[in-house]
Write a protein that binds this ligand. Structure first.
Ligand SMILES: [Zn+2]
Length: 227
């Protein structure tokens, strides 16, 4: 039983390429981990993620950890994080990213980290919010508080995949609600999500928070997908 538990916590197969992992490796083999397509966007005031929001939402800063490349280790990781009951993978990715962010002194002025909430029914089904697990990994190294209660999602949205930008916006524009304004007022919030494509979901959530006095927003996601 102990061995089974060990293999659940430290899987022996690389999530990127399915090769066997060495004892010192977790989630990814050394080759997959060193070849991850990092964006380094956090080093640049203007980057493809900040540009998504230009003229739409005022942001302090925005960045993504990886480029989303089809059939790559990044896609395999994200798929596992969503569908393989691997919440600890999200935390690990958050810690990997936080190492980069700390090294480059990015997002130093944030006050709290808020993951994009899932609708209650979806979170019940999956067992966890993958964006919250990523956020937890970030908090471990960035030493900023996690806030998973101040923003809630009141509507279960349909899948965004087959929708245009306008349809995506209509789909998400009113799904978020502020649950405790006093915890967000006068704070610089780092909003985090798993993948950014059109930015419609993050924009809707950011706008709700920005309605509160003294708030500002930065954004960080695991992956950036070109449309
Ligand atoms: Zn590998």
């Amino acid at each position: 039983m102990f061995k089974d538990l060990y293999q659940t916590v430290f899987p022996k197969i690389c999530y990127g390429c399915s090769s066997d992992l060495a004892k010192t490796e977790t989630w990814l083999c050394t080759s997959c981990k060193t070849n991850l397509p990092l964006t380094h966007f956090h080093k640049y005031n203007s980057n493809p993620v900040t540009q998504i929001f230009n003229g739409r939402v005022p942001l302090v800063h925005a960045s993504s950890f990886f480029y989303f490349v089809k059939e790559s280790a990044v896609q395999h990781l994200l798929h596992a994080l969503k569908y393989n009951n691997t919440p600890k993978l999200g935390t690990a990715i958050g810690e990997w990213y936080a190492e980069e962010l700390i090294r480059d002194r990015a997002f130093e002025s944030i006050d709290a980290i808020v993951p994009i909430p899932l609708h209650y029914s979806k979170q019940q089904k999956r067992g966890y919010n993958q964006s919250a697990m990523f956020a937890i990994g970030l908090t471990h190294l960035l030493k900023k508080p996690l806030d998973i209660t101040s923003v809630i999602r009141n509507t279960a949205t349909e899948t965004q995949t087959q929708k245009s930008r306008m349809e995506r916006w209509e789909n998400v524009s009113d799904v978020f609600e502020i649950n405790s304004a006093e915890k967000l007022t006068n704070k610089h919030i780092l909003l985090v999500d798993d993948v950014i494509t059109t930015g419609a979901t993050l924009e809707a959530c950011a706008n709700k928070i920005l309605n509160l006095a003294g708030t500002s927003i930065s954004i960080a996601t695991i992956a950036f997908a070109k449309i």
